[in-house]
Design a protein. Structure first.
Length: 221
């Protein structure tokens, strides 16, 4: 199923929904700042460009997206110009061994097994030796719970276009052939860290109500 029109809507008319990702992307930035020898970074599926913008003061940043309208809007809002290019994970428009780090947040769950395999091969190609991949994905998602049915054609689909679920038992098989695991961290969604937010966080930690993986990998070359 082609979700291009869906993402065009969310990245233009419904662009404010991307604001909710800022807390997660700040966590990603903190992890990037801990990594050694990072200079040139690629963000695949950069959304509104928030992460690239907060990284641009320290790093040489680039991004690709497959929605041309979103590229134009984000070029203007971030000032990153032609560093933001049209492309996708299966066809990254950069030369071999070009990046120290590739970022992919909330993207792998949208891919089929075949697309993910070819995408990881492309990421491996553009990464330098000992380069890193940082990814975030939903944790242990039950895809059936967000499956719906089109009232016109009867087609069944996940409301966000997710095709894969990631959990402790399959993570290594999905990434381990081409990458070494450096760090795997489970994240919890909390609205805000005031007094009640900390109580909510404690409860979710106790009952292991994790929502996302943050995965740091190093390429095998």
């Amino acid at each position: 199923m082609d979700f291009t029109k869906t993402w065009l809507y969310h990245q233009s008319d419904n662009r404010d929904h991307l604001l909710a990702a800022k807390k997660r992307l700040r966590i990603v930035k903190k992890e990037i700042d801990k990594l050694p020898r990072i200079k040139r970074i690629l963000d695949i599926g950069f959304g509104d460009g928030f992460l690239l913008k907060i990284l641009s003061d320290k790093y040489d940043v680039y991004g690709i997206d497959f929605i041309e309208e979103n590229i134009s809007m984000t070029q203007k809002s971030t000032g990153l110009g032609d560093r933001l290019k049209f492309g996708n994970i299966s066809k990254i428009p950069f030369e071999d061994n070009y990046f120290d780090l590739v970022i992919s947040t909330e993207m792998f769950e949208h891919l089929s097994e075949k697309e993910m395999e070819s995408g990881l091969e492309e990421i491996k190609r553009v990464l330098k030796q000992n380069g890193y991949l940082i990814a975030t994905t939903p944790y242990n998602e039950d895809l059936c719970k967000k499956t719906t049915c089109c009232p016109n054609c009867g087609c069944k689909f996940h409301i966000w276009g997710h095709q894969q679920s990631f959990n402790d038992s399959n993570l290594k098989s999905k990434f381990g052939e081409k990458f070494y695991f450096v760090k795997t961290k489970k994240l919890i969604n909390v609205a805000c860290l005031n007094f009640f937010g900390y109580i909510e966080l404690l409860g979710k930690l106790i009952f292991r109500k994790y929502k996302r993986y943050l995965i740091i990998l190093r390429v095998k070359k």
